[in-house]
Design a protein around this ligand. Structure first.
Ligand SMILES: Cc1cc2nc3c(=O)[nH]c(=O)nc-3n(C[C@H](O)[C@H](O)[C@H](O)COP(=O)(O)O)c2cc1C
Length: 376
């Protein structure tokens, strides 16, 4: 493989919701505080990760763990983290349904200044009716209409970033001689967390990166390749993809499996059931693969997201490399149980092992320089 290394960008899905992405009384009970998320992001920067991304979530699922009852708002969190960091890219999430485009255009331009051009946006077309209607902000649109709204939304944002004054009368938004200054110094990276064909088409046409759930099973690989296939059909052969991956490391495969089993033994069934009810009330539940995964998680009483990979650093590197190489993936967003200890393991131990599968990361070069320093 020498000479043909694939460059992989690596980032962290920072845990702005309490408990992170494991719904269990036995998993690390991560606090959804700014201080903790700052610690995680500073560590990610030190480890050589390329980006930190926060989700947007407005309502939790209760249960014994009070899962996600506490969530930090994404964009304001990233504003703080932009100031706290130097190099790492800082990406925040917005629901296009609830944030008017002119507000996000200006917030992004402001964040571009705070971060020195490191800010990016993750766009979400949906969520679920409970999450947003509790604030009176859910729009009763079907799946296609949400992407119609998204198309209008992003076109307006782009115009506000580049034009002096914007007039727009569309189906969802109206702007009258709208002025938006400052302009961002560079085009903020835009990713979209939609993994349906309609979502991928929206993303290829309007964004820079398609963001979807990833693992090493055939369905996940197929989904990843589908994004690239749609990009080629739309004449964008260089379009990039980003897979959201959950890793549970252990010193050995047995130890990692024991961690997973322990988390599953403490699964919070009430929180999972609430999550399933909330997503099943959405009219697009059968199309929305994220919703389908939440329903599956509830049916199987799994404390972790479907596709979670547990193993030793060797095993994780092998499985991750399989996903990246077979799925033609350009970047990976990491979820781990403990965003300090486990993130260190992935950053320092797993990334160097990806090299034997032809995958180069900035984190691996950082890990090598830390080792060299220690040896001196
Ligand atoms: C990788 C990924 C990240 C997501 N992040 C969020 C999020 O931060 N907030 C949220 O409400 N929904 C999030 N979602 C779920 C979306 O609400 C939902 O999957 C999407 O809007 C449905 O579009 P689709 O049917 O095209 O997949 C995420 C989904 C994926 C696949």
């Amino acid at each position: 493989m020498a000479g043909s290394a694939r460059t992989l960008e690596l980032g962290v899905f920072i845990p702005v919701g309490n408990g992170g992405w494991i719904t269990s009384t036995n998993s690390p009970q991560l606090p959804a505080t700014y201080e903790y998320n700052k610690q995680v992001t500073l560590l990610a920067e030190k480890l050589g990760l390329d980006f930190a991304l926060s989700m947007a979530k407005w309502r939790g699922y209760g249960g014994e763990t009070n899962h996600w009852d506490v969530t930090l708002e994404s964009i304001t969190t990233m504003a703080g983290l932009a100031e706290a960091t130097q190099r790492i890219k800082i990406w925040g999430t917005v629901h296009m349904m609830i944030f008017p485009p002119a507000i996000v255009a200006k917030m992004s331009a402001t964040l571009d200044q705070i971060s020195g051009g490191r800010f990016g946006l993750n766009l979400v077309s949906g969520s679920n009716p409970y999450d947003l209607s509790q604030m009176g902000l859910w729009k009763d649109l079907n799946h296609g209409q949400r992407y119609d709204l998204g198309e209008e939304w992003i076109k307006v944002v782009r115009r506000l970033w580049t034009e002096d004054r914007v007039d727009h009368k569309g189906t969802y938004f109206e702007l009258n001689d709208c002025m938006s200054y400052p302009k961002p110094s560079r085009h903020p990276t835009i990713i979209c967390a939609g993994q349906s064909d309609r979502g991928f088409r929206f993303t290829v046409e309007n964004c820079d990166v398609a963001f979807f759930w990833g693992s090493d099973d055939p369905a996940s690989i197929k989904r990843a390749l589908r994004a690239k296939e749609i990009a080629r059909e739309m004449n964008k052969p260089d379009f990039k993809t980003n897979a959201l991956v959950t890793l549970i490391p252990g010193r050995t495969d047995e130890e990692a499996q024991a961690r997973l089993d322990h988390y599953n033994a403490g699964v919070d069934k009430i929180a999972l059931a609430t999550q399933a009810v909330e997503y099943s009330t959405d009219v697009s539940v059968t199309i929305n693969q994220a919703a389908q995964n939440f329903l599956k998680q509830n049916e199987t009483f799994s404390a972790v997201l479907p596709g979670t990979m547990a193993g030793s650093p060797e095993t994780l590197a092998k499985r991750l490399a399989y996903l990246v190489n077979e799925g033609d993936i350009d970047s990976v967003t990491l979820i781990v149980p403990d965003f300090i200890g486990d993130l260190e393991t992935v950053g320092r131990e797993v990334t160097p092992l990806l090299r034997k599968y032809g995958i180069e990361t900035f984190a691996a070069s950082k890990a090598a320089s830390v080792e060299e320093e220690a040896a001196r």
